[in-house]
Design a protein around this ligand. Structure first.
Ligand code: NI
Length: 132
């Protein structure tokens, strides 16, 4: 994906309405920059091979985290806040009142990572991102 035109994130976000269905706005080396609308709960998953970067563009976004012993914690991110979920750490994003986010991660990273057990609910798009 090569583009010489600047990308306005507000315009890009306004061009689609689906939640939990990231759009790829740019690629940098082997990484994708993705944006997504979010509302409600995502699902527990982890990414065995990569960290995952989140930046909140609008709203309030939560990420529940679960360590190897099953201990849960969570972070609350407001507009302008960023957070990196470490490789291999189980996480479950949520946005009770809706939020828009930007993610930065290696191209081909699945939104549902390595989820074991539970099927992917209908409201979650298991994808490596869609072209904007
Ligand atoms: Ni993830």
């Amino acid at each position: 994906m090569t583009s010489t035109a600047p990308i306005n994130l507000d315009t890009a976000l306004a061009s689609f309405t689906e939640t939990w269905s990231p759009r790829i706005v740019a690629r940098m080396n082997d990484y994708d920059v993705r944006i997504a609308h979010t509302h409600g709960e995502h699902m527990w998953h982890s990414h065995a091979d990569t960290d995952e970067f989140f930046l909140v563009l609008d709203g309030v976004f939560h990420i529940a985290l679960r360590d190897g012993s099953g201990e849960e914690s969570s972070v609350r991110l407001a507009k302008g806040d960023m957070y990196v979920v470490p490789q291999g750490v189980e996480h479950k994003p949520s946005a009770p009142d809706g939020a828009s986010i930007l993610m930065f991660e290696p191209a081909g990273t699945s939104t549902t990572g390595d989820h074991t057990g539970a099927a992917v609910p209908d409201h979650i798009d298991s994808t490596t991102g869609h072209v904007l």
